[in-house]
Design a protein around this ligand. Structure first.
Ligand SMILES: Cc1cc2nc3c(=O)[nH]c(=O)nc-3n(C[C@H](O)[C@H](O)[C@H](O)COP(=O)(O)O)c2cc1C
Length: 367
């Protein structure tokens, strides 16, 4: 992921360091970091936001002494206003702890037009916050305890939650989970939902029609996993192709199906074989998915695989591998439907799946 370092002009001739990640044409998220921030955790979130099509600006506040009183937020509030005014588009600000208190002050009253929204994590709500000033822009207040974004001791979210209970554009969420990874996923889920709602990547548009393009795009809105269907080809070599048309069909007897384009090079093999494998891919197998969807000659080169007990090729490290005997073959337009009787399944339950949606690979944002 490319990262560019830049300097913003801040208040009173100072400059502040920032890192730009991702395409500046995408809607921006301005992350506020200071000396107490856990940079590794912020980066983890920044990476996930990049993957979901965001431009991330990581801004490092100027270093200063302890900030005990509200007046100590000077000059940071002025810094933030100066920087927001220089940004190419109005960002959603994301900040934790004292960074959130600074952002909130920068956006109060006449500063509201500077940002599209505010995501505040573990806000230190003990220094004169006031519900009326918290509702100028769409705001998400998250209290998480274990989020690990900020080294400063946390306050519980009760005060924040009571302050914003009647504020129309503000939402409060308390994250409760024992495992830091669960909190990370839950936090990410909240962020992405908020961003999609108030700072969507594409302007909302509705399309309708019955032409092939519209129908294809409509079908692509059904989110799926990704599989690689394998078999031993007519010439004795392993063959395989990427397919997301996988469906579980029946439990008793155990049946599944995949739809194969008649035009696919693998189609004749899959039409004649009596056995085939279906490998459901995990997030790390995106390169394999590309390979088995391409015209590469030897798709299995560089891929670890083993011959399953029933004699079908299985890709190592898959989320699930099903070994099937062909049950039926149905003609269906320009595809045929291959129904398999599952003889054996092996799976690794702890990995994240590779997903496919609107023509792109995706990942799970939260469990
Ligand atoms: C994510 C993804 C899902 C796909 N799903 C299917 C599918 O369900 N059925 C199909 O026939 N082709 C599907 N394809 C296309 C085939 O993988 C592609 O045409 C491949 O080149 C077929 O290989 P072959 O023609 O050498 O057999 C998919 C491709 C991708 C990237």
């Amino acid at each position: 992921m490319s990262v560019t370092s830049i300097q913003f002009k801040a208040f009173a001739g100072q400059t502040l360091q920032a890192e730009l990640l991702g395409d500046a044409k995408n809607p921006a998220v301005l992350m506020i970091l200071d000396a107490a921030s856990n940079v590794a955790e912020w980066r983890r979130i920044a990476d996930a936001l990049l993957l979901s099509g965001r431009h991330v600006v990581m801004l490092y506040l100027r270093t200063s002494g302890a900030m005990d009183a509200a007046s100590d937020y000077f000059p940071h509030v002025d810094d933030m206003r100066a920087i927001l005014a220089q940004m190419l588009s109005r960002p959603v600000i994301m900040a934790a702890g004292r960074g959130a208190a600074i952002a909130l002050r920068a956006l109060q009253q006449d500063g509201a037009h500077l940002a599209a929204g505010l995501i505040s994590v573990d806000l230190h709500a003990d220094d004169g916050l006031d519900g009326q000033n918290m509702g100028h822009i769409p705001s998400l207040y998250i209290a998480g305890g274990l989020t690990g974004l900020d080294a400063v001791p946390r306050h519980d979210g009760t005060l924040v939650s009571s302050l914003i209970s009647d504020v129309p554009l503000a939402k409060f969420v308390q994250l409760d989970a024992a495992e830091p990874d669960d909190v990370h996923e839950a936090l990410l889920g909240q962020l992405l939902e908020f961003l999609e709602l108030y700072h969507p990547r594409d302007a909302r548009e509705f399309r309708s029609g019955s032409d092939p393009r519209t129908l294809r795009d409509a079908m692509g809105l059904f989110a799926t996993g990704v599989t690689i269907v394998t078999a031993v080809g007519d010439n004795g070599d392993a063959i395989g192709m990427t397919a997301n048309s996988f469906t579980s069909v029946s439990l008793d007897p155990p049946l599944l199906l995949v739809c194969i384009a008649k035009s696919a090079g693998s189609a004749p093999h899959l039409q004649s074989t009596t056995k085939f494998g279906v490998n459901v891919l995990q997030i790390g197998q995106q390169p394999a998915s590309n390979r088995f969807a391409s015209k590469v000659e030897d798709r299995f080169a560089g891929i670890d695989w083993t011959m399953g007990e029933t004699g079908v090729p299985l890709l190592d490290g898959s989320l699930v591998s099903f070994e099937c005997e062909r049950q039926t073959l149905h003609d269906a337009g320009d595809h045929f439907i291959l129904v398999g009787h599952v003889m054996r399944a092996q799976f690794e339950p702890h990995r994240d799946p590779l997903l496919f949606f609107r023509g792109k690979y995706r990942r799970l944002h939260f469990a």
